[in-house]
Ligand binder design. Structure first.
Ligand code: ASP
Length: 439
């Protein structure tokens, strides 16, 4: 049994958090490969080390003094080292960082030092080997990720080592130039390491006990999802639910490794298992609800539209030519609706309408703005009678007018469009009928 464990910034924000992490790792022999983030916020209003580094480097790049800011970063690490009672110095590392900042080594290099230094402390604390991600995570010259070389370098390097710490978030080009993933990218490193060592499980430790059925800013104390499939997760993440970096899914999914989201502050909780497929019936018919505001519906009407070959292509061509991607396309016999993001569409609105007009001569084009989309996702819906019926009657009872309905052919989700103002009430109505009523 081999596990890769990734710890997020809040799990490593202070010495106390490091001690919790140490206990978690020591409690299970199979937790052999550790991927740390940089120290995150210790309390609300605190600043993440990564943000401090970006800011400090901005000063350096524009030729301003940055010593004070760099010392503040150093102090955060020293506090951790002292709290862990480690005999360990980062003096040389900070000398190098200062030199590199003066030599304008780049903001990616700067940001990566958060994970690099935290990884060194973690390795010392655990007595594990430290492996610099710059030597094993490879990027192309254009800063895009080089999956093949990384897989080769990582698996070769890790084959000869039993227990190691590999800092998250960054890697390097063949010439040594450091490159980072996008924000939250340590999740990706964890996934790559898990694939390279053929781990049985990728544990992703954070500060929540798993994915929640709905956004806690919208629903009070939502339940936790115990098991979710990769496909369900993708649907929910696309609709705005976030815990894990989107690009972290692919490597482990490809290698058939499940992900377990766990809570460092509550290690006794099982968290959420993300799996390829499962015969475990979800506790409720639905797995999760997510949604986003800010869409526009472009409604096109034309008599006998249905019998015109190529009508849909021409309409979609108008969006494509203007570089706008569409989200949904519900249609009737002589009507067709294209749903797009309002902020993307607004500035090109007149161009798109003119192009549709020219290409299809419709009877009317009318726009409906301020729409919110809500996805109700669940592998259990396919086999349950009356899901749609319950959904729509709950919304009707809550006096919410449904403006659009779209059920994917996979029957994995039902997407509804409501007014932006009805967004919160709609999600609560759906949550109440499927989750609270079933508890
Ligand atoms: N430290 C980086 C960030 O704040 C990467 C990570 O935590 O995954 O985005």
């Amino acid at each position: 049994m081999k596990k890769v464990v990734k710890f997020g910034g809040s799990s490593l924000a202070s010495a106390e958090q490091f001690i919790k992490v140490g206990n978690i790792i020591r409690a299970d022999e199979s937790r052999c490969f550790v991927v740390p983030s940089a120290p995150g916020k210790r309390f609300s209003g605190d600043t993440k080390i990564t943000d401090m580094l970006y800011h400090c480097y901005e000063l350096a790049e524009s030729g301003q003094a940055f010593n004070k800011q760099l010392n503040q970063i150093k102090d955060r690490y020293l506090e951790i080292i002292r709290g862990l009672k480690l005999d360990f110095s980062l003096t040389e590392d900070f000398e190098t960082i200062k030199k590199q900042f003066l030599a304008k080594a780049g903001s990616m290099y700067a940001a990566s030092r958060g994970e690099y230094l935290n990884g060194k402390i973690m390795a010392k604390y655990l007595g594990y080997e430290f492996i610099d991600a710059a030597n094993v995570i490879r990027f192309h010259k254009d800063e895009s990720f080089d999956a093949d070389t990384t897989q080769k370098l990582l698996s070769e390097r890790l084959a000869s080592c039993e227990k190691a710490v590999i800092p998250g978030f960054y890697g390097a080009m063949a010439n040594g130039t450091v490159v980072t993933f996008s924000r939250g990218g340590s999740d990706i490193t964890g996934s790559l390491v898990a694939k390279a060592v053929k781990a049985n499980l990728y544990e992703n430790w954070t500060d929540v006990s798993g994915f929640l059925v709905a956004d806690p800013r919208v629903v009070k104390n939502p339940e936790i999802i115990h098991t979710i499939t990769y496909t369900e997760l993708r649907e929910l993440a696309y609709m705005g639910a976030s815990v894990l970096h989107e690009d972290a899914i692919f490597p482990v999914r490809q290698a058939g490794i499940p992900i377990n989201i766990r809570n460092t502050n509550s290690p006794e909780d099982d968290g959420t298992m993300i799996v390829e497929s499962t015969c475990r019936i979800p506790s409720y018919t639905i797995t999760g609800i997510a949604g986003k505001k800010g869409f526009v519906a472009v409604n096109i009407e034309k008599d006998m539209m249905n019998s015109q070959v190529g009508f849909g292509r021409k309409v979609l061509g108008a969006f494509e030519d203007n570089g706008i991607s569409f989200e949904h396309m519900p249609s009737g016999i002589d009507t067709m609706t294209i749903i797009v993001h309002q902020d993307e569409f607004e500035e090109k609105e007149q161009d798109v309408i003119a192009d549709i007009q020219k290409a299809t001569q419709p009877d009317s084009i009318d726009l409906e703005s301020d729409l919110a989309l809500i996805a109700v996702v669940g592998r259990g819906m396919k086999s349950t009678r009356g899901t749609a019926g319950r959904l729509f009657s709950a919304l009707a009872h809550a006096h919410i007018n449904v403006r659009m309905i779209d059920q994917g052919s996979s029957e994995l989700n039902i997407i509804i469009g409501v007014r932006n103002d009805d967004f919160e009430a709609a999600i609560n109505a759906i949550y109440n009928i499927f989750v609270l009523a079933q508890l």
